[in-house]
Design a protein around this ligand. Structure first.
Ligand SMILES: *Cc1c(COP(=O)(O)O)cnc(C)c1O
Length: 363
């Protein structure tokens, strides 16, 4: 076969162990999954209600324009419908962007560690990848700017950054946007946007008016609690969307996903409640870490990266035996840390208790 050379050594995505598998293997009755930054409170009850009344034919293709969802979302964001691009999760948006701009001879700039799909898609397209190490968990925007040259097609910014949880503030972001060439696409991944409470966080909707080379990605997978339906979106100037739209598959967002996302948007009180609970949850982790002298990054997402100064896999294994699935930092570029999704108050208490016994046994 005439495979692209760059895919020969690529590894398929390794899914974490499912709740059912862990239950069986460790003979546990109750498992708490705090590994993938899913919403511990599920989704709006309006979604279940809508689903129970869903009565359209499964034989019919989805609406390729996502008409209703597009209208609702444009209204919610106060943007034009022509400024939106929908994807089968923001994962697919990353793929659409990469297919549209990257090829051998071009390069793309990103932080490291950050969300791995930017790198993955750039590899498939054969582009050069320029990874700029985080500084104290934050994007080093100066170094990222310096890495740009005439062959740079895309710069990826993740704010708040997965896995460190650190966001980019308005002053830093506008400074960066002012300094980069106008023909470089800046992708701002805001998968955790709705969780952010920092005062000096920018409003990306204002920025796209000033910066036509800025594309913003968000998702229904995190605070909206709809990860299984795979709905992500991007917004930017209509010139940008006009180029990306033809690269999108015609029926990429399924009918039920479009329906639940439109319904979930209407329940903003659910979103506000989740944001507030998450903040309280983060404080549970902060207090614990301070008391136990564990290093952590202050997070604006629904997860926290905690450094145990020991092999992250050991912490991960220990917690799994206790019924808590977290993410080892080993695979995330922080080998002595684990990333823990903020759960409900009692889930947080539970995992912190398990961590306490890990620390006691380690002594
Ligand atoms: C979870 C996540 C995504 C992917 O979201 P989907 O819409 O489910 O594909 C994208 N970016 C970051 C930073 C994430 O953490």
């Amino acid at each position: 076969m005439k495979w692209k050379e760059q895919i020969l050594n690529l590894k398929a995505y390794q899914p974490g162990r499912s709740v059912a598998q862990v239950k069986e293997e460790f003979q546990l009755e109750h498992i708490v999954k705090l590994a993938s930054n899913e919403n511990p409170f599920g989704c709006s009850p309006l979604v279940k209600e809508w689903l129970s009344q869903f009565n359209e034919s499964f034989a019919i293709y989805p609406d390729g324009y996502a008409t209703i969802l597009r209208k609702e979302l444009a209204n919610h964001l106060q943007l034009q419908e022509s400024q939106l691009l929908f994807g089968n999760g923001s994962d697919e948006i990353i793929q659409i962007i990469s297919r549209s701009l990257l090829k051998p001879g071009m390069n793309t700039v990103m932080a490291t560690p950050t969300f791995p799909q930017y790198r993955h898609n750039a590899t498939v397209e054969g582009a050069e990848i320029r990874e700029i190490p985080l500084k104290d968990g934050a994007h080093d925007l100066t170094a990222m700017g310096e890495a740009i040259d005439e062959n740079t097609a895309i710069v990826w910014l993740c704010s708040p950054n997965n896995p460190s949880g650190i966001y980019i503030n308005e002053r830093e972001l506008t400074g960066f946007l002012n300094s980069v060439p106008k023909d470089v696409l800046i992708v701002l991944d805001e998968a955790y946007h709705e969780y952010v409470t920092a005062e000096d966080y920018y409003d990306a909707r204002d920025l796209i008016k000033e910066y036509p080379n800025l594309l913003v990605m968000r998702t229904f997978s995190k605070i909206y609690g709809l990860a299984s339906f795979r709905i992500g979106y991007a917004f930017g100037s209509d010139q940008l969307i006009r180029f990306l739209e033809p690269v999108r598959e015609p029926f990429n967002v399924n009918t039920i996903g479009q329906g639940v996302a439109a319904v979930a948007l209407k329940d903003q009180s659910f979103i506000e409640k989740c944001r507030a609970e998450n903040k309280k949850g983060l404080n549970q982790f902060y207090e614990f870490c301070e008391k136990n002298e564990l290093h952590y990054y202050p997070s604006e997402g629904n997860f926290i990266l905690v450094d145990f100064q020991t092999n992250g896999d050991d912490v991960f294994q220990y917690l799994m035996r206790k019924g808590y699935i977290v993410r080892s930092g080993k695979a995330l570029g922080f080998p002595t840390s684990v990333r823990i999704t903020v759960g409900s108050e009692s889930e947080n208490e539970g995992v912190l208790k398990a961590i306490e016994s890990f620390l006691a046994e380690k002594k």
